[in-house]
Design a protein around this ligand. Sequence first.
Ligand code: ADP
Length: 649
Amino acid sequence: MATQHEFKTEVKQMLDLVIHSLYSNKEIFLREIISNASDAIDRARFEALKDTAVLEDDPTWKIKLIVDKDAKTLTVRDNGVGMTAEEVEKNIGTVANSGTKHFLENLKANKDELPPELIGQFGVGFYSAFMVADEVTLLTRRAGDKNAATKWVSKGDGFYTLEATTKETRGTDVIIHLKDDETEFLEEWRLRKIVKKYSDFVEHPIAMDVEHSEPVKDADGKDILDENGKPLPPKTTIVEETLNSQKAIWLRSKNDIKKEEYDEFYRHLSHDYQEPFETIHWSVEGQAEFKALVYLPQKPTWDMMVQDNHPHGIQLYVHRVFITDSCEQLLPRYLRFLRGVVDSADLPLNVSREMLQEARALTIIRKNLTKKVLDTLADMQKNAPERYETFYSNFGAVLKEGLREDFENSEKIQNLMMFHSTALADDKRTTFADYVKRMPETQKEIYYLTAEGVANAKNSPQLEAFQKKGYEVLFLTDPVDEFVIPSIENYDGKTLRDISKGDVDLDTEDEKKAKAEERKAAEETNADLVKKLQELLKDKVSDVKLSNRLTDSACCLVDAEWAMSQQMQRMMKALKQEVPDVKQILEINPDHPLIGALRGVLAKDADSPKLADYAKMLFDSARLMENQPVDDPREFAKQVAALMAESLK
Ligand code: ADP
């Protein structure tokens, strides 16, 4: 008895969009279904290494395309691991995985442009069958369990039925009933072409019954003639033909592989529709023996940016046998944007998850892979700087996480980092090395400022004294910078210094001596004002000081040396973390006319009520300059209006 079920809302929405919005390049549905079949075989083969019962006396693996022109169905049959009834419910229909949500968001955002090729990237490839089908039937039986098979049927209309049934062979049949205008997918030439294009590298044979016709000859190779003296019509036989070459591209020599082949294999691996940004193919012999083919993608995908996502980027093979695509030992997290294959000759075929955790071979591979990728990036940075900047703007934020994770390669990663800076146009970036080269002799430290963007950073009053000295300041604009920069103690022996924290001391000993008198005088002249401001603003700032930072602005807010930066506080708050309420320090510029005028007001009437208003405005304008909100914008606007009215009188 078939029971009826309803899809989860997200799945329904997705199906609706797949059926009604994706028109171009529908052929990729076959790639997705074949890819699932191939995965299912990989899993069965892996299980069979431990338990031969899974094989059910048939140790061969095959994917078969079966065409029925009368019924208008294309069946993709595999003898892989299959699914139990619960697995069918879980995998196909009820549970919407996280990819579904992301897929929906992307699809809605790019309604007309999103290429359907993307569908596989989100882990919802199975549903792409509904681009060409008006009904899909899934017949499946778990390998090793001969008694319980499941039939799943859906028209993609929001519902599906489930029914217990029987099935001779292990694995899954996906029976695609084609829409009337999609029957081209029943044609042999069409299927051949699609398989060749997308699935040529699939390691298991993708077979199809095809008609072979042969001229009828006698023993001497001569035509046999009919009663009219004409050659007999050719004899047609049905033969099963394997459509894909099954070549493991990573095992072949680099020189024999065309760019198109590399690109196609990348698409097969990554389900990305673009070509790879960079292809790295190498082999290692000696202490460890393995072959690796690794790609950098053009653009990050949604899952690459998430820290907690397990790296699924690299597939591990042992002697061409797929072992796993979620081997954390193989790839450091900060390289999780890589896609590729590693084939090891040093691991036993029946390697278990537990063994993988400890395998020394993997540690060696990981080291070598990391080195190879970092070296390739360093080469690119040197020889193709613009190309490297493209890479860096896409993946730099992830790469930088390596500073906290991989101390061994810390220096290499530092050299790969790029920064906007006061010395460059807004869209250009520099390295630590070039920064150091530009440092004037008097400059001892590397200066940086964290900000929410280059434009914000460039406007910061904190920069004034540095610019006057001709000292370049790097802008750290990635949120992750706050977490990773503290891992760099110094670069090339030079300390990294956040210019928004602590006291600024840029003068040389001689300059200090020369300025000492002046400074002392300023301290004295401003002592009353500083005291007054401290009093008036005691709820808002931890201290008021004369500034060494400012040349043009009247005031600015800075953090104590030990305090959490404002940028970090904003980030923690966005993450709903508790942030200790630490007040900032207000620095005032004693040479600024406004500060001079305030001294005048104070001298005239120490109890003037205006002083409290001006103190607040000073504080609020410092907040605004740091791109931070003022406590009471309406009050601030009122005060500005009053001031303007007064000055326009
Ligand atoms: P993905 O393959 O990216 O996970 P799909 O929507 O294509 O997403 O498939 C969902 C799940 O259904 C798969 O992860 C797998 O567990 C299961 N599945 C699909 N096709 C098969 C198959 N031929 N044999 C066994 N399981 C399958």
